[in-house]
Design a protein. Sequence first.
Lengths: 255, 328
Amino acid sequence: MTEFRVENLTVMRGSARVLDRACLHLHPGEFVGLIGPNGAGKSTLLRAALGLVAAQGFSSLARLAPAARARTSAWLPQAREIAWPMPVIDLVALAQNGRRDAPQVRAALKRMDIAHLAQRPATALSGGEQARVLMARALAQDTPILLADEPIAGLDPAHQITCMNHCAARAAEGRTVLASLHDLGLAARYCARLVVVHEGRIVADGAPAKVLTPALLRDVFAIHCHIAQAEGGLIVQPLDALSSSAAKESCHVPR
Amino acid sequence: MTRPWLLGVLAGAMGALFVISLLTGVADPGVATSLKALVLGGEGPLDIVMREIRLPRALLAVMVGASLGLAGAAMQGLLRNPLAEPGVIGISASAALGAVLALQTGLAAMVPLALPGAALLGALLGVGAILFLAGSGGGTLGLILAGIALSALASALTALVLNLSPNPFAAHDIVFWMMGSLADTSFTQVAIAAPVMALGWVLLGRSGRGLEALTLGEDTAASMGVNLARLRLAIVLGTAAAVGAATAVAGTVGFVGLVVPHVLRPWVGAHPGRLLPAAALGGAVLVLAADIAVRRILPGQDLKLGVLMALVGAPVFFHLIWRMRGRP
């Protein structure tokens, strides 16, 4: 019921395979980062797993009835859509059938640091604040599984870190969090496990130190990075982008 | 902010205007005499005026207004766009085309419910065309362009039917009918419209929860357990039934679904679900008020309800466009 498992998940767009036989099994307690360049298929993988896009193969969430799926998994899409100038608290409370006084709603407002904005119309907030409102809405759904598509894009550094901390804390409570991320540094530091998507395929899956090798960063991301250990975690700092022809050659990676 | 007393105030205003509507007309024998004739009956023409002419007229104003207000609020919630309104995007024109076809072919005279049925079918095709052309993503440009195209097509086909009409007097009648009016209505129209409208109200009234979730976009709404296909179908059918029946009995009365949700939205905290009952009551209030106004402003002239409504509604439309400039 609360497991996340996809097997041989394939999504076709026209004749192109935008997702190619993806297999992924997440366990409760894991905060997993989904990384890959633009257009690699991260969002497609998440949406197909939720049954929001037609796919072949197996997905434990997509086969649930809509109501059961809503109790099992919360979803934060990449497109940040707020159609009407509703008060922030009411938007977050949508996750609890509109109950403003639900403890999950109060907790989510506090966690995303938007309690002081609760009565403001959400459309009047800045982009980063709106992103936090929508993340709070997903948290307030209080589900065992959270799927988030670029939850920290557009946040300031402090809120990026708090958001990553909350995802890690939720995982520590025994839930599953799968978030697509573009910040490799934060992904390496906060996720216990990284899944790399490239050209529609899952090409690597494991602990950050094992996954983020110079070769993978070169072949998948076409960048070279400074990789080090500090303050009890991995540090990955992109230094330079490689042209695609240069990426084929062996390149210098500072240690 | 949400005002819990809003629905009470709107219902009170509706009741007051309903009574004023009953007391408005050419014959004016005094409030007490009129109401006594209505409730207790009596002899003579006043009894007939009150029971057979003014009561159905006031009832239809409430029904038509509630239908148009509710349909406007639901379409706006579904398309996530405050410009989505049956009159503006051509659904009323499509319904009118259906009604004109039923009238011109004589079908309306032969088959009971053929008139609202044809209008409903026209409205259904109209809503379907809008969803097909504009998509359900909420883009203003696509919606307005689709609305212009649909309005133009429906108007052209209506003009064609009138153009080819063998009877110029019938065509003249229909042109006036299409301007939208509640004059010369009877309980026959109430009976024709009521079942179809009731169907529409039920379908639209139950869509509140889905529309609330849709505030966050289709993906999020689906992930929150909303069945989008069913929601879309309910609103398409509900809007078609409500607008189709309203058009069948009152002609094209535009802008109610634009003005009412626009005015009431701030009072319900912009909740698309809470807006539904408020917009239904607000629509009834607006149409009752307008129908009283057309009788008071030019008592002998038969000022058309639809004409007055367009004069009130078009500036609101301009205002909305003005505010939305520069947004995608």
